[in-house]
Design a protein around this ligand. Structure first.
Ligand code: THU
Length: 131
């Protein structure tokens, strides 16, 4: 299971568009249905328009009608070797977006092993009226 998810993240990473940073990221998000949604980072000449791989994967899933998730695998680096060996921790924006749909127990598969979402985001912004 871990290898399948990592392979899917690596395959998505191959499509990353990162001409400015040279840092390619891939994410694979498994829904409760068992379907896997993938995303890669897509950079832009206007730098702040860049979207991260993890948010790309979440938005793909939500657009397909899935809102409950089992696990996410993330790989990132300037080279394939780096992506396979060095953990790529999700940025704060991606953690907040993941927390919108996933509990703190969500397994986050990185190159150094399995973490939990709450390891990286112990608390999150939440509107009172969210329900
Ligand atoms: N990036 C991601 O795709 N995910 C993260 O969680 C952090 C950073 C991307 C954004 C940018 O294209 C490149 O990595 C360097 O910051």
């Amino acid at each position: 299971m871990i290898q399948n998810m990592t392979d899917a993240a690596m395959a998505a990473r191959a499509n990353a568009y990162a001409p400015y940073s040279g840092f390619k990221v891939g994410a694979a998000l498994k829904g409760e249905s068992g379907r896997i949604y993938t995303g890669c980072n897509v950079e832009n000449s206007s730098y702040s328009m860049t979207i991260c791989a993890e948010r790309n994967a979440v938005f793909q899933a939500v657009a397909a009608g899935e809102r409950h998730f089992r696990t996410i695998a993330i790989v990132g680096g300037r080279t394939d070797d780096e992506a396979e060996s060095k953990p790529c921790v999700p940025c704060g924006a991606c953690l907040q977006v993941l927390a919108e749909f996933c509990g703190g127990d969500l397994p986050v598969l990185l190159a150094d092993g399995v973490h939990k979402l709450s390891d990286f985001l112990p608390s999150q912004f939440c509107l009172d009226e969210k329900g």
